[in-house]
Design a protein. Sequence first.
Length: 173
Amino acid sequence: MIQTVAWVSSLFFILIIAAVFAWVFLNSKKKENFNKVVKKWYKTRKVYGVIVVLLMLVVTIYTLRELPYNAPVYEAGTDVHVVDVEAIQFGWNISQTEFSVGDSVEFNVTTPDVTHGFGIYNEDMELIAQTQAMPEYTNTVYMTFSEAGTYTVLCLEYCGLGHHLMMAELIVE
Ligand code: CUA
């Protein structure tokens, strides 16, 4: 039954498409003046283009107004814990891993070997802060621990056979 339906409907659509092709072929010799149509749609295209550019300008300004994204999120004068983070094949050297709720922390992240990714996950394994660990360079990521819990640090950049072993914990009480 289904095969018959498929076959008949296929035939039906094949005939329609064939009819369209035949119509185009039979009318292809006719000459008409398309200038009017062309002019009209060029004008439409121009208006459309201007609208798109203006729209994207507004969207760009709106979405970029919070740059730089990794500016400190705490107020000036806050007591900040400066923590040195060194990513190595394959592990983490973190100068402080225990914090109190409300602590504002500045992680200065670097590596002596290859590029790693420093990612902090909350207990739901949602990425809440991250930056790259780059040789001969220090990247800073700022964050305030507003909730108690055990946070997990994972490497976000494939860095060798032991990449998956690069785990650490940050305890916030
Ligand atoms: Cu370090 Cu992946």
